[in-house]
Design a binder for this molecule. Sequence first.
Ligand code: CA
Length: 254
Amino acid sequence: MSSEVTSMKDAKKQAPLKAAPAPKVKNGIKVLIIEDEKALVDALVYNLDREGYEVTVAHDGQDGLRKAQSLPDIILLDIMLPGINGIEILRELRGNEKTKSIPVIVVSAKSEETDQVVGFSMGADDYVTKPFSVKILLQRINALQRRAEVPTKEGQGPVELIEHKQVKVDMVKHRAFILDEELDLTPTEFRLLECLLRSPGRAFSRQHLMDCAIGEGAIVLERTIDVHIKTLRKKLGSMDMIETVRGLGYRFKE
Ligand code: CA
């Protein structure tokens, strides 16, 4: 039997739901689910399909990595998987030029803070702890996908290049540079840098930065932002101009 769930038949058979409304058009946004729990996969496939997403499933790590090569728009990644675990997969994805920018939501039964921190430090963009409601997960996928899709924010005009000191963020090409050398950022780090760089000197609270970089209403620990800032700082290296604002959050040096 193929491990790939491409049809909705199984999920529909089980789901005691009424006729689905006409799917909203998502322009074929591709979601890859890397998860070994059959019941959870069925529920996710059913609901994502109803929302108009194009869903592909991998039931183990190896298959997940292979299917990630077809460049989905979003990956839902379980941590505890047969074969290669989710953290390893994340490391592989982020270390590969082709897959490093794909937004990843880690979906895990592990609720320990350390796991969340490890997930984020490895470049996850969001983290959902099992059990979760499908509705919440859909909201998070939508938020992440909107962010990936619309690089410029409403009301801020067609800003294409944000530049301060030697740091440059090209919102159209979605690339960041330091002294004209390109930075290798995760999607979350990119948005974090964008947010800070738009207002040099302004002190941002951790909550504000989380809304900015991860999505409003994201249920993550405040500590999460510290992890992203830490990895971002490392990448900025000697040009790190992010300052800690004691008791509040961070700012980019004016
Ligand atoms: Ca699992």
